[in-house]
Design a protein around this ligand. Structure first.
Ligand code: FNR
Length: 420
């Protein structure tokens, strides 16, 4: 009602409520490269389209005359009561959307009490994000590195900086075939963007020093010594560089970061050799709950339970990894059935509003995460923009729940929907 009252007073919202308008405004606020990176998907973007299309098979089945004057959106998640069933999905490289990047997202999350997932590819070290928003409920997302020492170090830091759980992303052991980025010759990491978690890490810094010291790897860029100061300078130059227009891959390789740092990053980023057997190591590295992100097949949900994980996150990375992959909403019911309520099931990829969230929750998701929409809010109006986008999703969720004749998230179930 607050949002409606503001509208009726004649004040147009700074961040468009309408989805297409939101995307248009974000496009205007972003460089061509940044918009392509955020909005794009893998290949011909068929998975991205299918994620949205999957919602067309489900309709909310309203039941009036049930007194819905008070409604409760709260859920239990990871041992705590949360005000809404929404989470913010991990988004890397948000400095391309706004200079405050993760700091703005964490502050918005703190003000709403909505858990935020800090990306392995965030633009600020996790300690700085914690200091900017100590009250933000947050999880840390890990891309499993080829270096176990680095994994252990990142998880130690996540635990020390107050993250409530570790989200291990399983669908990015190779970077997807991102056609828009390829055509613009844009790979943000080689420009030094989105690698703050590494450059601030003592294990990573040691790996870079070893590489730069090796005779084979000597080169002009390597003469820059990697110290916190040179890294900070490199990252700030790289941030400005985010607005460059496409000059080809060679230009993006002229990174202001020491060459050894970029090369080390390429060596240790998300290993394709990871197997189920390796996962157990995470238990030695952290006491935090572990959630697996990127589970789409019900057999993998079973394996995740066998491996003793604390949560399953159904995701196809917003259609950014495989073209022609299974849309997550189609995968959700089988995963939910397999999990059988033993651990929470988070859902993402294609959620664009509260009605979408209602459908995923009715199909058994414990919580629903959004990605691109809040990146658009960030691009348009920083922290305030993220807050606006999330508040709009929550408001539509609340209204849809009430109009459907339900007063609590737990009342949503298969009988709330009709399949077409
Ligand atoms: C992502 N995603 C992602 N996932 C992850 O585990 N670690 C990451 O660093 C990133 N980075 C990232 C950047 C950008 C620009 C996008 C759009 C996405 C995937 C993200 O967590 C989530 O799964 C999807 O964004 C969900 O789909 P929607 O809501 O964007 O459709």
């Amino acid at each position: 009602s607050e949002i409606y009252r503001a509208g009726i007073s004649g004040a147009k919202p700074r961040v468009p409520v309408d989805l297409a308008g939101l995307e248009r405004a974000a496009r205007r606020a972003l460089s061509a490269e940044a918009f392509a990176y955020i909005a794009g998907g893998a290949g011909a973007e068929r998975t991205m389209v299918a994620n949205r299309a999957a919602f067309e098979h489900w309709q909310v089945w309203p039941r009036p005359l049930r007194d819905v004057s008070t409604r409760d959106l709260s859920i239990d998640f990871l041992g705590r009561r949360r005000p809404t069933p929404l989470l913010l999905a991990p988004l890397g490289v948000m400095e391309m959307a706004h200079a405050d990047a993760d700091l703005a997202v964490a502050r918005a999350a703190a003000s709403l009490g909505i858990p935020y997932t800090l990306s392995n590819q965030a633009s600020f070290p996790m300690e700085e994000v914690r200091d900017a928003a100590p009250d933000a409920p947050r999880l840390f997302q890990l891309y499993w590195s080829a270096s176990d020492e680095l994994n252990a170090s990142l998880l130690r830091r996540a635990e020390a900086s107050g993250c409530e759980a570790i989200v291990v992303t399983l669908d990015t052991h190779l970077l997807g075939w991102r056609t828009r980025d390829l055509d613009l010759a844009y790979l943000p990491f080689t420009r030094g963007l989105g690698i703050a978690q590494y450059t601030s890490d003592p294990v990573f810094q040691q790996l870079v020093r070893e590489r730069a010291g090796g005779p084979k790897d000597a080169g002009p860029g390597d003469r820059v010594r990697l110290t916190p100061k040179t890294v900070a300078a490199g990252v700030s130059i790289a941030r400005k560089g985010a607005a460059l227009t496409g000059e080809g891959l060679r230009a993006s390789m002229r990174s202001p970061l020491p060459r050894a740092a970029v090369e080390t990053f390429l060596d240790v980023f998300s290993t394709p050799a990871l197997t189920w057997g390796d996962l157990a190591k995470a238990r030695d590295w952290t006491r935090l709950p572990i959630i697996l992100k990127g589970i789409v097949h019900p057999d993998d949900a079973s394996r995740a339970l066998d491996a003793g994980v604390d949560g399953v996150w159904v995701s196809n990375h917003g259609g950014r990894q495989i073209d022609r992959s299974v849309p997550t909403l189609d995968a959700l019911p089988d995963v939910v059935a397999r999990v059988g309520g033993r651990v929470p099931v988070v859902f993402d990829s294609g959620v664009r509003g509260g009605a979408d969230a209602v459908i995923a929750l009715a199909l058994g998701a414990t919580a629903v995460a959004i990605g691109r929409p809040y990146a658009y809010g960030l691009a348009i109006a920083g922290e305030e923009g993220v807050r606006e986008v999330v508040r709009n999703v929550v408001a539509e969720l609340d209204i849809t729940l009430g109009l459907s004749g339900r007063t609590a998230i737990a009342e949503l179930g298969p009988d709330s929907l009709r399949r077409i």
